[in-house]
Design a protein around this ligand. Structure first.
Ligand code: NAD
Length: 310
């Protein structure tokens, strides 16, 4: 089956996306640096528009996308697409939930180990010719309690990896948790408050919604162990950053590692000055494997939609 639809790819994506679409006869225009003004002029010519994180598909752009049938995000969250506007115009919005699962879960393990052994500081000091072996008394992840908030794709993958490190897994989700999975990882189900009170590490894997805005607030941080550490690789805004700063500075919380921030790029964020804080610049899905998988998933979904299979 050959297709007549035209595809506009607006952000830098793994080559497998364009190759697969072209192999299936689709005409692909690749404009990874396109500006919002240029996009506003061109978007009306394309049936399929594909973005990653840089391009923001606003209501105004959706209005101009008069031929558009599919809006695709080569990633998980759909925060950069006005999905309500798309729905109102009967445009299918698709994403690649599978792509980032392992990449984000591995980053969480890395951040937990970095905090447990103070790896960033060890490296920094040695670069400054300081051999601070005696000060670097760490702790181990084995035997510690990891509280996972949100047991969707990434939360589940993290649970499996953490179990392999002999961590004990406590889990909370607003939807029922699959009993088979719970059995596999020896999951202790808990409500959010119990999870926060019991965990040595708390990792967030929820979407940013009205109900998850500042989910981990000052009051909840105060209920946690003083040695506990928070990891957030989900979305900025789910952890109250002002409360986190106060809790880390006063020693009421052991540490935190954020990959996502309320305002990104988080240059100059006050948290970054704290010694018990680690930051990464939203690199959760930034692996070759995740990008290639997400691009493959989107290419296949586009073809299947055009074939009427899904
Ligand atoms: P998912 O939809 O598979 O899982 C999210 C889970 O959160 C669901 O099970 C849902 O029921 C649960 N949930 C919703 N509200 C909740 C609440 N108030 N309390 C507890 N649980 C709640 O999503 P996912 O693919 O696992 O992604 C999780 C998060 O990670 C998303 O915010 C996504 O945008 C983010 N993400 C970040 C990166 C990165 O680069 N750091 C990459 C990919 C995804």
């Amino acid at each position: 089956m050959s297709f007549s639809e035209k595809v506009l790819v607006c952000d830098q994506v793994d080559a497998v996306l364009n190759n697969t679409l072209q192999k299936n006869g689709l005409a692909v225009t690749y404009e990874p640096q396109i500006t919002p003004e240029e996009l506003a002029k061109k978007i009306g010519d394309y049936e399929i528009v594909i973005v990653r994180s840089r391009t923001i598909i606003t209501k105004d752009l959706v209005e101009k996308a008069t031929k558009c049938k599919i809006l695709a995000r080569v990633g998980v969250g759909l925060d950069n697409i006005d999905t309500d506007a798309a729905k109102a115009k009967n445009i299918r919005v698709i994403n690649a939930v599978e792509g980032a699962m392992n990449a984000v879960a591995e980053l969480v393990i890395g951040l937990m180990l970095a905090m447990a052994r103070d790896i960033p500081r060890a490296d920094r000091e040695l670069r400054n010719n300081n051999w601070i072996k005696k000060e670097l008394m760490g702790t181990e992840l084995a035997g510690k309690y990891l509280g996972i908030v949100g047991l969707g794709n990434i939360g589940k993958r993290l649970a499996r990896l953490a179990r392999a490190l002999n961590m004990n897994i406590i889990g909370f989700d607003v939807v029922p948790i699959d009993p088979e999975f719970a059995k596999e990882v020896g999951l202790m189900k808990a409500d959010l408050d119990t999870l926060l009170q019991s965990a040595d590490y708390v990792s967030l894997h929820v979407p940013l919604l009205d109900s998850t805005k500042n989910l981990i607030n000052a009051q909840r941080m105060a209920s946690m162990k003083k040695t506990a550490r928070i990891i957030n690789t989900s979305r900025g805004g789910t952890v109250d950053e002002i409360a986190l700063y106060e809790a880390l500075k006063s020693g009421n919380l052991g540490g935190a590692a954020l990959d996502v921030f309320e305002k990104e790029p988080a240059i100059g964020n006050k948290l970054i000055s704290l010694p018990n804080f680690i930051a990464t610049p939203h690199i959760g899905a930034q692996t070759k494997e995740a990008q290639s998988l997400a691009a493959t998933v989107i290419a296949e979904k586009v073809i299947q939609i055009l074939r009427g299979v899904i």
